[in-house]
Design a protein around this ligand. Sequence first.
Ligand SMILES: Cc1ncc(COP(=O)(O)O)c(C=O)c1O
Ligand SMILES: [Zn+2]
Length: 402
Amino acid sequence: MARIAYLECTRCGERYDATHARTVCGKDGGVLYARYNLSAMVNAFRPEVLKGRTPTMWRYAEVLPDAEPVSLGEGFTPMLPSREFPSVYIKDEGLNPTGSFKARGLSAALTMIRHYGIKKVAIPSAGNAAGALAAYAAAAGVEAHIFMPKDVPLANRIESEYYGATVTLVDGLISDCARMVAERKEEEGWFDVSTLKEPFRVEGKKTMGYEVAEQLGWRIPQGIIYPTGGGVGLLGMWKAFEEMEHLGWIGPERPQMISVQAEGCAPVMRAWDEGKQTSEMWKDASTLASGLRVPKPYGDYLILDILNKSGGAALAVSDDEIMDAMRHWAQVEGVFAAPEGAASLVAYQKLRERDFFSEDDVVVLFNTGTGLKYLDTIEQNEKPERAPLPEARSMGGIIGPY
Ligand SMILES: Cc1ncc(COP(=O)(O)O)c(C=O)c1O
Ligand SMILES: [Zn+2]
């Protein structure tokens, strides 16, 4: 653990040691960030040392916890130049283990859970975090308890069960799942790996920021569009840019950070529009992009601060726009995106229309997961006027071959 100098509250600055598992700041519930002694690394940890290292997020080991990684090969995902917009890149997180960027955070979190000797974990999840937790818990030999809304994509439920987790389906939202974990964790002896309630998921997610910079040849893009539920990736990337500046890898330049949400659940967008520093609980949250169904992100104060400091923006897109964008991306780019990821494309189109970004601005759109995990969601939300999804052809009672 030598690499982590201390954990720091993002609200009051209180410092904690990282010798045992921590949750949030004991004084004010603020999110804790891991802090490293970056000044001591400046001469030895240079971009050149990355050459030839493992193509996973653990290539940035010096700025990750010093424990034996629980790894399934997460990170270092492709940065695809868009075929449609010459200055746009698609960071395709769908290629991660378990098909989403949640792998990064849970790889880092389970690394530390195992390191601290914790045997049981619990998570409230909108879906993909559950699958990732279950996989990494299996790899770490840790017992996983998952609480997810009963209408999550089928893939999330099945994969979690296959990885050996105990799954509870909840008639409610992720906030209801979180309450259930909170109520039972003490009695059951579960460590709570809820979004931002432990310090290491953000450490895994921050590697997306290091990758964006490395894959663009240490240039910082003009903009990053990030589908925002709990906002962990946005926070993580911002932390990565700050660390890289301390290390002397980049200057003070930063991308304009854009939060895209769904019209049916847009607490960050509403707070942004009203100039507030925190969000209000969104009532009756509903969107097919299940990962964006977070009615009040725990780290809202951090998300809004980053949007402000970066000259960014928050906006919301409709489910219909998301469905259109999924099909468009698949056909034009060959990328079958998760609905949350496709929201990034809609946001980019809107920001171009508003002249927020120009044609020449380098903008990275995050596709946070693969569409393959949403086949049931896609089928349920296909518009009737569209070509129907192909049905299996039957020949006189014999199904196929075609
Ligand atoms: C595919 C996908 N994209 C985006 C998100 C939102 O992520 P975050 O909580 O980091 O904002 C999620 C969360 O479940 C997700 O599964
Ligand atoms: Zn604090």
